[in-house]
Design a protein around this ligand. Structure first.
Ligand SMILES: [Zn+2]
Length: 251
């Protein structure tokens, strides 16, 4: 570990230790070590499938059976993924009373699998399906994907992964809560997101203008680093977060 990073970790830990209102904002970078590739990253399923085509609501409605043949492979990969040390460190910080809520852009459900609560899902989750006719929601695990498209248990309507597809709006309740949690936190931990894409992009600035300390964890500096960040911890989420947790536990 570089001397600079060591000092920054101590600085971040010291300033976080006395707060009880930390909001965490996570993006694709936190789940890479769990084997889930970001849309625009190299390797994995997204070299085989174009997300703008597969995860597109107009295409899904037009040919749901074809869409499900691809989607069941994608949701299958996500369903067997395990949380990594970054997700687990956040859960520990929540158990210690520091973290109040987690706003995530990810659809993988790994924060909940790691035991975190109060997770605001901007883009929904592939751990559930939703009926496009009656809005019933079921766990993905209850659905037989040997039949495509799978029918709703309630009305026979079309089931879709409960993740936000291209062409669909962000759930308004998640958006509202994310804004409130950003305005009311003492500190925001931004992990594994470059902060380029709305609506997540404006949350660190919103938190900062409300007086919160902003800490960023990313492998490389991002657009946020120079515009909204007080402390930048450079490295992979699964490496930095356990180190930060250990510093806070030292007290
Ligand atoms: Zn239904």
């Amino acid at each position: 570990m570089s001397h600079h990073l060591e000092l920054e970790l101590k600085n971040a830990a010291k300033r976080l230790a006395n707060t009880r209102k930390v909001t965490v904002l996570t993006g694709a970078g936190i789940s890479v070590a769990s084997g889930i590739r970001p849309f625009r990253g190299k390797g994995g399923l997204w070299e085989k499938y174009d997300p703008e085509v597969v995860v597109n609501i107009a295409n899904f409605r037009r040919s749901p059976a074809d869409a499900w043949l691809m989607l069941r492979e994608i949701v299958g990969v996500i369903a067997v993924a395990d949380p990594n040390p970054a997700h687990l460190a956040i859960t520990m910080l929540q158990k210690m009373g520091l973290v109040r809520c987690i706003i995530t852009q990810n659809v993988d459900g790994l924060h909940q699998k790691a035991g975190s609560r109060e997770v605001v899902e901007f883009h929904g989750s592939t751990s559930r399906v939703v009926c496009l006719e009656c809005n019933a929601i079921y766990p993905l695990a209850d659905v037989d994907l040997g039949v495509v498209p799978p029918p709703c248990f309630n009305c026979g309507g079309l089931l879709k992964p409960d993740a936000v597809f291209f062409g669909e709006p962000i759930p308004p309740a998640a958006l509202l809560r994310a804004r409130v949690e950003s305005q009311q936190c003492d500190a925001m931990l931004v992990i594994g997101t470059s902060g380029m894409v709305e609506p997540a992009a404006s949350l660190p600035a919103l938190a900062r203008s409300s007086g919160a300390l902003i800490i960023e964890v990313n492998p490389e500096p991002s657009w946020l680093t120079t515009t909204a960040v007080d402390i930048f911890l450079q490295g992979k989420a699964e490496e930095i977060m356990p180190l930060l947790l250990a510093e806070i536990e030292k007290g």
